[in-house]
Design a protein around this ligand. Sequence first.
Ligand SMILES: O=C(O)CCC(=O)C(=O)O
Length: 278
Amino acid sequence: MQHPTDFAIIPDQNSISQIEREIRFFDANCETPKALSENQIETWNRDGYLGPIEVCSPTEIVEVRQYFDRLLEQTFAAGQDSYSISSAHLKHRRVLELLKNPKLVDYVSDLLGENVVGWGAHFFCKMPGDGKQVDWHQDCSYWPLTPTKAITIWLAIDDADQENGCMEVYRGSHRFGLVDFETSEHSDGNVLDQSIKNPEQYGQHQLTPLLAGQASIHSDLLIHGSAPNLSNRRRCGLTLRYSPADVTAYLGWNQKGVVVRGAADPKIWPGASLPQVD
Ligand SMILES: O=C(O)CCC(=O)C(=O)O
């Protein structure tokens, strides 16, 4: 059977709210980590965020950036914008390779355990002066997954700093469950459509500048967002999303999943069809 490759970036909120979900943070407790130190795992459990971690060498990230430049050109030529390249691991072999990259999966597996599914890949590419921001939100609010154990690796394709709108987080906010938000209009400049007011009551604010090739990791419960790109430099990050195989995905999202470490029950994660083109 051919599986779909197109999934809404912002799924229907009503459908998600009808799913009974277990919403809380699950501490990582790996006894023999492969890539992270015990200190880093403690920091993860305390903050719901970790970074920077080293992922690609300068040479490797130049190659990834050149690949992305071509993808972006094709995207613009097709009349789409720089935030539209999502579920990219189902469409582009090169992105699937990044999702499965053993170095990345070692980090992920230290936090999620031995059986891991990669199910998302979305480029958040802020062009110079495009005026868009990502309002404060929690990823799990958008995702039909339970329990809330998903994590994101945010891989810097370009250098990301305060001037070009690097990600910002509220450390510790992953401990408050699902917090209230307002829905915003696309015309407000928000790339997504939720907006948490007064996030400072939930944690400690931190800018998360990264050099190209570095990455950060965040919990699906962590409050995060980013300001508009005020520079003349592009700011692109590739978000790679993972869950342990014991997470259940609704609304057909199990068809996005690719086992990247260990095994998954095929009744829960049947296995996505894989891309044939770069
Ligand atoms: O790239 C950004 O600025 C935001 C990314 C984000 O919201 C996410 O990873 O969920």
